[in-house]
Design a protein around this ligand. Structure first.
Ligand code: NAI
Length: 405
């Protein structure tokens, strides 16, 4: 009986990943923490796919030393912890889950807008300190207030929907043309949005254009008493300028989840100019950190690994050319071939198959400048020497076959 492929899941990945991987034919092994160095290399021996979160680094050596690894699932948003170039040159496909926590960030943002308008954190801090102040001064309903969304992508557009459900008026600014949700209205410039909003919320990626996007000039354009929320990236807002605007009372409050420099682990000391500003809500980069998001991430990445394993699909892979493949018909053999993008590889594969009298039923190909991924569906055959011949081509990086059943 053929041995089952092994999926190794590190860092306590949500258990709902297991069912999908078991269904795809994997034996699932787990390790609660992250691994590094020799312990990582030993754990990877014989492993087909590995699942990690943000605390496990997969350096070049991990790919050089593992002969069996074909896929990596980053059960998180980022993939910085993986040497993607080395994964690519070893033909190992890397997947992640870039948008699974969209809803979590959107909900936090709308909750913070309400908290800021009601001065909830300030009132709570006062009461913790024994000071009873029942005044309604500067407390407002969110209903009827204008929310300015900067960056109308996955998160920004969800914020827009939730805010409208609360009765807010939503305007947005994006560099790309976006279909407005509900009654939201686009604004042609960031300045136009800043001047009109009671609360500005940032949902742009970190790019050269968005670094320092909100500084003293932009803050000065905001309405007196307006609120600013940054749950996007720490480099987007100049916190010194924000602190000055909060202290002077030009801005009424802020909620900040992301910082220019952040501690690398829980328990480390955190320092920010905003700690002296009572009207600032500070959270430790938890915008997307919910149990629901962890579950969605586990389902999404496990499904990507399963589809990659049982039919070869690399759709949404962050390093291997993306091909979405249909389910393989019974009696068919699928040859999955990752190779260096040099001339002649396809021609040689065609010739070798033709010389053996094997017809190609379907062919798929995607390339980047360095690497190509070609998939050939043929009638199943048992000629191992032919497959060995294809695998032995000098440009081959990795080859495997799957059978339809
Ligand atoms: P997305 O890529 O779906 O949307 C970003 C939008 O910003 C796009 O529509 C894009 O056209 C627009 N954009 C880019 N540059 C712009 C500019 N200069 N001016 C105006 N619009 C611009 O991204 P998504 O998923 O909505 O994420 C948004 C941000 O949230 C990212 O920075 C992401 O890193 C951050 N994030 C933070 C989390 C947290 O825990 N606080 C969790 C998840 C994401």
């Amino acid at each position: 009986m053929p041995t089952r492929p092994i999926a190794l899941l590190l860092e306590s990945i949500h258990p709902c990943a297991d069912g999908i991987l078991l269904e795809a034919g994997f034996t699932v092994k787990r390790h609660a923490g992250s691994l590094a160095g020799d312990a990582l290399h030993s754990a990877l021996a014989g492993v087909t796919v590995v699942g990690i979160r943000s605390r496990t680094d997969l350096p070049c050596a991990a790919f050089e030393r593992s002969t069996t690894l074909v896929g990596v699932g980053c059960f998180c948003i980022g993939t910085n912890q993986v040497d993607l170039a080395s994964a690519e040159t070893s033909g190992c496909a890397v997947f992640n889950s870039p948008f699974s926590n969209t809803r979590s960030v959107a909900e936090l943002t709308v909750a913070e807008a309400v908290c800021l308008f009601r001065r909830l954190f300030e009132k709570s801090a006062q009461l913790h300190a024994g000071h009873w102040d029942k005044s309604a001064a500067n407390a407002h309903e969110a209903r009827g207030r204008t929310l300015g969304v900067v960056g109308y992508g996955h998160i920004g557009s969800q914020v827009s929907v939730l805010a409208e459900a609360l009765g807010m008026r939503v305007i947005f600014h994006d560099i790309a043309r976006k279909l407005p949700m509900g009654n939201a209205q686009p604004r042609p410039s960031l300045d136009a949005l800043l001047e009109e909003s009671d609360c500005v919320t940032l949902h742009v990626p970190e790019t050269p254009q968005t670094r320092g996007m909100i500084g003293s000039r932009e803050i000065a354009r905001m309405k007196k008493g307006a609120m600013l929320i940054n749950n996007a990236r720490g480099s987007i807002v100049d916190l010194t300028a924000l602190g000055a605007a909060l202290s002077s009372g030009h801005l009424g409050g802020a909620a900040i989840d992301v910082f220019p420099t952040e501690p690398s682990a829980s328990g480390e000391v955190f320092a920010s100019v905003l700690q002296s500003c009572p009207s600032a809500i500070l959270t430790p980069h938890i915008g997307g950190s919910t149990e629901e998001a962890q579950e969605t991430i586990a389902l999404e990445v496990a499904e990507k690994l399963a589809r990659f394993w049982d039919r070869g699909s690399t759709e949404t892979s962050v390093n291997i050319p993306q091909v979405d493949l249909p389910v393989l018909r019974e009696g068919q053999l699928r040859i999955l071939h990752v190779h260096r993008n040099v001339p002649g590889v396809l021609g040689t594969m065609h010739t070798l198959l033709a010389q053996a009298g094997i017809n190609i039923n379907a062919e798929y190909l995607q390339s980047n400048p360095r690497t190509s991924y070609v998939i050939l569906d043929v009638e199943a055959f048992d000629d191992h020497r032919l497959l060995d011949g294809i695998a032995a081509m000098p440009a081959t990086i990795r080859m495997r076959c799957v059978k339809g059943n």
